[in-house]
Design a protein around this ligand. Structure first.
Ligand SMILES: [Mg+2]
Length: 132
């Protein structure tokens, strides 16, 4: 599947730390055959890819539509509809499907959300017809 991850409060914390499990889960998802993208309402976030050395995992970065989600994909030059999204905003999940992630807790070491999301992705991907 083409999986689109939001950036703020999804893969990084409010104080710009990479959340626990991101590198491990990105690696695992790639081994499972998925292709990973970042998108953000603030635009393509290559600075996050660089800062946390995510180049080997992330194929491309895009603008994320914050309203008229499907209609604006062309305008924002998103080349296809995501098969699965991970986001802390429910509107994105409602528009494209995927996993709602809770923002990281203050004590980042307690954050297990990325592993929970991975389990949801696996469950979804194992359903007949997922991502086709
Ligand atoms: Mg966010």
């Amino acid at each position: 599947m083409n999986i689109f991850f939001d950036v703020d409060d999804t893969i990084i914390s409010w104080d710009v730390r990479l959340r626990p499990g991101v590198d491990e889960i990105f690696q695992q998802l790639r081994e499972d055959g998925h292709t990973l993208y970042l998108w953000s309402g603030y635009g393509p976030r290559w600075e996050v890819v660089r800062r946390f050395d995510l180049h080997e995992h992330i194929i491309d970065c895009f603008w994320k539509p914050l309203h008229n989600h499907h209609a604006r994909l062309d305008e924002l030059k998103v080349p296809f509809v995501p098969d699965y999204t991970v986001d802390d905003h429910v509107e994105i999940i409602q528009a494209f499907g995927g996993s709602l992630i809770k923002p990281a807790p203050m004590r980042l070491e307690r954050d297990r959300e990325m592993w929970r999301v991975y389990d949801e992705i696996r469950a979804f991907a194992s359903k007949p017809g997922a991502g086709e």
